[in-house]
Design a protein around this ligand. Structure first.
Ligand SMILES: Cc1cc2nc3c(=O)[nH]c(=O)nc-3n(C[C@H](O)[C@H](O)[C@H](O)COP(=O)(O)OP(=O)(O)OC[C@H]3O[C@@H](n4cnc5c(N)ncnc54)[C@H](O)[C@@H]3O)c2cc1C
Length: 380
């Protein structure tokens, strides 16, 4: 396909899966692969590449404007994560933020505001780790909202939120408390990083340094109608939860795919001795194919509200995280000293895979949720 034949302005639902993937893959294998070291080691936040990916149609396939093609959104995230796990994570943050805006049904978060987001003209992420854990009963809600004329005032602090910065935004949730201190309900809103929001630098992470991750402090931040995603938030979260988790599988699969390729790269020189290792490329490739097919099947019905479907998504996401850990460790074992070099892709992917395993929902959180849901199903 001639890439110039495709209008490079806004995402068009008429673009085929192949057309979008040709454009996304060209960026992922070109400028993104070249920048991966700088992103990982120098903390470069690759907004210029995110803008190109937006223009290529990477960020809207799962939305109405992209034809509601979750499989395509996942495939794009896979191709991006294969070259750079940090940018794969930025893609997920951006994709779910777009999902919140669209699913809110709020006209103030639709049309040109959503178009700019989808096309990589503006950027925003998600601050839902703490609320997701809070709603699952794992920890306390960190943001508190007080009703005021025309909306709410929100205060509190979140330790780390990625893909944000001055002029950007993210989806956030706050608990609304009654005068007696009891919880009334939660609200979900688009938090805009205007001058009255304090961004605090985070300590240095072992990976994901290029994801523009900040601590966020809010003091009586006003949330009006134009920023409201859902009030109350719980029914909204119940509706989008499976899609939120399922999309993360794109990161896991992409990082694992890069790892398998690193193993194959050294097969001609080290295959004679590597044959004695576990998790050989043919074994990993078989699991990659199985997991990919499983995720693509689940991607056909992202708004299936059943408990069985959610359990299946949580299980597939867990499998993805465990598979990424296994594949990246195997790649380092296969590459030996080459893979242990500080600037090697296998070494970077080990840290990327560990992030996939600890980012909310972390493996332990996923297992907690699956245990809880399964218990609910047991007869009294
Ligand atoms: C690089 C990076 C980027 C992230 N980006 C986002 C994002 O975009 N949006 C988002 O909502 N979440 C983000 N998170 C949070 C992430 O999703 C997890 O919630 C977090 O890694 C903790 O997960 P856990 O469930 O394993 O909690 P645990 O590690 O078990 O910890 C329990 C609680 O203690 C807190 N905690 C643990 N250690 C520290 C510490 N040193 N300082 C402060 N608090 C601590 C945790 O936040 C958590 O609430 C990011 C985390 C990292 C490391």
């Amino acid at each position: 396909m001639n890439l110039a034949d495709v209008q490079p302005s806004v995402l068009d639902p008429a673009w085929s899966h192949e057309q979008v993937m040709a454009r996304v893959t060209a960026i992922a294998n070109g400028p993104l692969a070249d920048a991966a070291y700088r992103i990982d080691h120098e903390g470069h936040y690759p907004l210029e590449i995110m803008a190109q990916l937006g223009e290529a149609g990477a960020f809207g396939a799962h939305l109405e404007c992209g034809g509601r093609r979750f499989a395509l959104a996942l495939d794009a995230m896979r191709a991006i994560s294969r070259s750079c796990g940090s940018t794969g994570f930025l893609t997920w943050c951006h994709d779910v933020c777009g999902l919140y805006m669209e699913q809110s049904g709020n006209p103030a978060l639709a049309r040109s505001v959503l178009d700019d987001h989808v096309n990589g003209i503006t950027f925003g992420g998600t601050a839902l780790s703490n609320p997701m854990k809070s709603l699952a009963g794992i920890e306390k809600m960190l943001l508190r909202a007080t009703p005021v004329k025309g909306g709410y005032q929100v205060s509190g602090a979140l330790p780390w939120v990625s893909h944000i910065g001055p002029g950007q935004y993210c989806g956030a949730i706050a608990g609304v408390y009654r005068d007696d201190g009891s919880l009334s309900h939660e609200i979900m809103f688009l938090l805009r990083f205007t001058d009255d929001v304090v961004l605090r630098p985070c300590p240095e992470f072992s990976g994901m340094e290029g994801t523009s991750t900040w601590g966020v402090r809010l003091d009586n931040y006003f949330v009006g109608e134009d920023s409201m995603i859902a009030d109350p938030a719980r029914p909204f979260i119940a509706r989008i939860r499976a899609a939120f988790v399922l999309l993360q599988a794109g990161m896991a699969i992409g990082v694992a795919q890069g790892a398998i390729e690193s193993i194959l790269e050294v097969e001609p020189v080290l295959g004679h001795v590597n044959q004695f290792l576990h998790d050989r490329p043919d074994v990993l490739q078989a699991e990659f194919d199985d997991l990919g097919a499983r995720v693509m099947k689940l991607a056909e019905t992202p708004y299936d509200g059943s408990k069985d479907y959610l359990l299946d998504v949580l299980d597939a996401r867990t499998q993805g995280a465990e598979f990424a850990l296994k594949a990246t460790q195997s790649a380092l074992m296969h590459q030996g000293a080459r893979g242990y070099l500080m600037n090697s892709a296998p070494q970077r992917r080990i840290r990327e895979a560990h992030f996939v395993a600890i980012v909310t929902p972390a493996i332990k959180h996923l297992r907690w949720e699956m245990a809880r849901l399964s218990k609910e199903e047991m007869p009294a």
